[in-house]
Design a protein around this ligand. Sequence first.
Ligand code: ZN
Length: 320
Amino acid sequence: MEIKKSKFKNGAKGAFSFVFDDGCYKPSTEKVISIFEDTEKKHGVKLIATSAHTVNFLNEELIEFWKKAFKDGWFDLASHSMDHAFAYNADIDIERRRKDAHDSKEALERIFDGMEVISFVNPGGTNTLDGCQVLKECYYGNRSNCEEPPYNDVDTVDLIYAHAFVPNFKYKDLAYYKEYIDTLLEKNVWGVQINHWISDKEQDTFHAQSVSSFILQCDYLASLVKAGEIWVPSFNEAVKYIKEYQDSELVINEISATESEIILKNDLDKKIFTYPLTLEVSAINGVTVCQNGITADYESKNGIAYINVVPNLEAKVTVK
Ligand SMILES: [Zn+2]
């Protein structure tokens, strides 16, 4: 029985994640949520983004607003520093970086009632690979600034320096975004988009994405999700999956020609890394997987069944 780890969930060809920075643009966020709602109604696909919060930008009204957005599942949470004051490079004292990384994580987890903060998003300036390594002490993922290439190879990416792509206000139709998304599928890579707010106003050009292009982009992404072409996780979900993909050893104990016991072994934190990892099993008809007392059936597509397995729990795989 041939089994291997799949780069992306359910055997998708590529992945795309939205990250919204700063956490203080309420009208834009309301608009984003209404577009996500429309997309779900139209395609049956629920999109989710990661929202990166600067602790000192939050006030009571924003905190209540975001608690609901998190609860409704449109966003999850990342840190965007305490006060947006500096970049992560060797010119900034390491103790200052260490304290900011630690304090912002702790503050956000407290403000948002124990929500998990596993990722950090750099606030502007010149961030460097070396300067960001200190983030490893309390985070698993870090979206850096726009670096070339603006996407990440999941086999080699250092998650504490994930590259990203910036939308441009002047592109109001789909073409600019379609080209980026199609490149992800063609190269089998993970793309991360840096957003601030979406807007219809020309004067917002520096940070904004036009509302019209955002609607078209969500529509395109959802149609590709439905077709099984792309995976659109939050940044945090992608970090969990990729970390498990990179760190897990696949141990296969063949019982017979059609039955194997498998386990994905890793030393990661067992409270955080429970995200099901997709495995590709060669099978003409399909596969049955029993894990933790739950049995699931998977059909094959072109001789491969994409099965989902939680790391560090034994699973029994039977080819039909
Ligand atoms: Zn920012």
